[in-house]
Design a protein around this ligand. Structure first.
Ligand code: ZN
Length: 175
């Protein structure tokens, strides 16, 4: 099924999940699994952390499992923290969007930088992680406007923005 990111196959296996960092960073195209921003728009690599998609407070057995580790900016990781929806909420579709299994457009419509939820998972994720904070909306507007100026195509949140925008910026900066 289509997704924005995917973990490499076969999965590395280590006894300390911190060792996965270089692989996870690459698998997530240097982007946050939640706000989808590339490192360069989110205070650089040092602002990024390894997130346990299923929180280790509840799923200790998944602590070192590669496919449970997601790349996340600090703010999103802090918002997600140890939260996990109850069985009851999950039965109604309230849960975190899994960008390794799903696309953006299944859950949101981008309305001028505001990500309007169109599913309960979209609602839950946006509220919990504060994906529509004024700063997030503002930075998305900037990212989209930059992309519009550098490209004829429309920025597609279903694809990692690194692949769409960073080469154009590098060309602009003659990196
Ligand atoms: Zn983020």
């Amino acid at each position: 099924m289509p997704s924005i990111f995917s973990h490499r196959v076969p999965s590395p296996s280590e006894n300390n999940y911190q060792k996965y960092r270089p692989y996870i960073r690459e698998d997530f195209h240097e982007c946050c699994a939640y706000c989808l921003l590339h490192e360069r728009f989110a205070n650089g690599e040092r602002n990024f952390e390894l997130d346990h998609f299923k929180p280790k407070s509840k799923y200790d057995q998944l602590k070192e499992v590669y496919t449970n580790i997601y790349y996340s900016c600090h703010v999103c990781n802090r918002g997600k923290w140890h939260h996990w929806p109850s069985e009851e909420l999950q039965s109604k579709g309230y849960r975190f969007i899994d960008t390794c299994r799903e696309t953006f457009s299944e859950h949101f419509v981008d309305e001028d930088g505001y990500w309007k939820p169109i599913s309960n998972a979209g609602k839950y994720t946006a509220e919990r992680i504060r994906l529509n904070s004024p700063h997030n909306i503002e930075i998305r507007k900037m990212v989209k406007s930059l992309h519009n100026q550098l490209s004829d195509s429309v920025l597609d949140w279903d694809k990692p923005i690194k692949d769409q925008l960073i080469p154009l910026i590098d060309a602009l900066l003659e990196k």
